[in-house]
Design a binder for this molecule. Sequence first.
Ligand SMILES: [Zn+2]
Length: 388
Amino acid sequence: MKYLVLLTDGMSDHKQDELGGKTIMEYANTPNLDYMAEKGVCGLIKTTPDGYYPGSDICNLSMIGYDPTRFYSGRSPLEAVSAGVELNEGDMCFRCNLVTYEGDILEDNSAHHIDNATAKKAVAALNSEFGAEGLEFVSGLGFRNLMVMRGVDYDIKTAQPHDIIGKDSLPHLPTGEGSEKIIKIMNRAGKILNSGDFGKANGIWIWGEGRKPSLPAFKDMYGLDASVIAAVDLIRGIGMCGGMKVIDVPGATGFIDTNFAGKAEYAIKALEDSDYVFLHVEAADEAGHMGIIEEKVKAVENIDSKMCPVILEGMKKFGDFRILVSPDHPTPVKLRTHVPEPVPAIIFGTGVNPDENQAYSEFIKPTFFIEDGYKIAEFFLKSTVING
Ligand SMILES: [Zn+2]
C-alpha cells in the first residue's frame, strides 16, 4: 500500500457574508476534492491539544503522527535542523522574522514577503553587528530566519508576529527571564535595518524559542519508509528529525504562487521508493494570513485543479493506495491567524467504504473524530477497513 497525505495548511475557514454565507471551501470550485469526499470518508481531527497554541509546528506534528505533548520542543529548532544548524544541549534557538514597523506598530510580519536576496543581505548585516557577541543569525526562506544563542537557558515567553499585525507591538514584547536581552537585540536590529537598504524590512521580531528536538524515526513508529515535500523549513525540519527523506521541488515557494503541479508530480515520484509521502502546501494559509478572500479561494482552487488530478491519476499505478487530505488548522481570513478548531479531513482509497458525504468542506458529516490528533496516523495507516 502507498500512502499520500495532502496537507493543505490553513485551508479551513468560517462562513463569509461576502460569499453569501458560504465558507471558502464551500464556495470554491473543487470537483476533485468533492470526488474524493464522495468516494471516501470524511471526519474531523483535533490537531491542537488542549492548552496548546494551534501553530503549524504543533498541528503538523499531529498530522504526521507525533504526539505534540510528548515531542514538541519549540518551533525554531525544527527549522534549524532543516537549515543544517547544529544545536547542542544548552543552546537556544529563536525564530527571527524580518518585519515592517510603522513606529511601534507591527505593520507586517513578513516585511511584505521580502525576497530571498534582500533577506540574506539583512541577515548578513545582523551577523556583522552581533557576530562578535556570539549570536548567530541564519538565513531561511525570505522573512523566515533564525537566531541561535549558545549556552543559555532562558525561561522566556514570546508572541507570534502574525497575531499582532497592525497592532502596537510594545505590549507583546518578550517577557520572563532573558527578555531584556532579547528586547535589546530587537531594538539594535531595528537601528541597523532602518537604513532603507533592506526592502520593506526595518526590524526583526524574535519568537518561537526552543531547544534541540528529538523525534523517534517515523519508520520505527509506523514501519514505513517516508518522504516529505514542503517549501517551509519547519515541515522539512520535522521530516529530517523523523528520518524522512526531504525532497526539493523546483518553484516551490511556500506562498500563493507555488508550483502546485510540480509538488504533486514529485510526490508521486517519491512514492516509487517510499511507502508514505507527506505533501505540504502552504498557499491557503498564506492567503488566510493576508486576509484576502479571493486569494484564498484561488489557493483552494489551485490545490484542486493543479494538484489533485496529478495525485488521483498518479496513485492509480501503485494499485493499493490511500490518500488523506486535511488542513493542519484553520486560518480564517477574518482573523488572519490560526484557530484551534478541529479540521475536516478526507480519507480516500483502498479499504475505504464511502460514507454519505458528497462534498468536502468544514461542514462535512464526520464519520470519524480523532480526539488526540496524532492518532490520525495510526487510523489512516493501520486500519484494514475504514467505515466497514
Ligand atoms: Zn499559518
